[in-house]
Design a binder for this molecule. Sequence first.
Ligand code: SF4
Length: 241
Amino acid sequence: MTGSVHSWDISTGVDGPGTRFVVFTAGCPLRCLYCHNPDTWQRRGGTPTTADELMARIGRYRRFIEVSGGGVTLSGGEPLQQPAFTGEILRRCRELGLHTALDTSGFLGDRATDAMLADTDLVLLDVKSWDPALYRRVTGNRLAPTLRFARRLAELGTPAWIRFVLVPGLTDAEDNVEGLAAFAAALPNVEHVDVLPYHRMAEHKYAELGLPYPLPDIEPPDAALLERVHAQFRAHGVTSR
Ligand code: SF4
């Protein structure tokens, strides 16, 4: 079993509970205007990596991540673009007793089998926008598969964190946030929403790839905008952070 892996990293606090071994798979069907990992878009840009190789690497960090109450997060790119490989890694991590998380846009959620989700302790579901037309503008694709996947996770009772990137002038419209807050409030499996402030730290990656930076005139959100958005989630009884 071989997958295409862009890279791996250790993170704390953002990609699931505790300290995480994060696997960035290569390949993504979306093209988010604010993507900070454009270097993961192409599957052929990754390194062919066997499940055995990856599990050996994870094994070296096992004690370290266990002590912190952490685990392993499959991210990308889009890990569901390689569902067999992703499922295998989740299954083998589960066998080791490691906490497992899947970071996905949900666009390819239909490729996640029930068995794969049974091996997944937490889904980090990136909902790029609530408004379908805006979702298409932001990602180049359709919103419906993500919402279908979100409802399926709720039916299965799979814990989820929703992630929403707040981009001034793009995703910050009150109606857009309002719709997402109401949707999240209706899903009992959603533990909280992470409001991720847009940043420009990936600008150099676009330059290195010879790509134009898609949002050249947009700055990160200020404190007042962040507070307004958090207040909208609070008004729906949704914890946001
Ligand atoms: S889904 Fe993630 S990796 Fe893919 S384009 Fe969007 S932000 Fe980038």
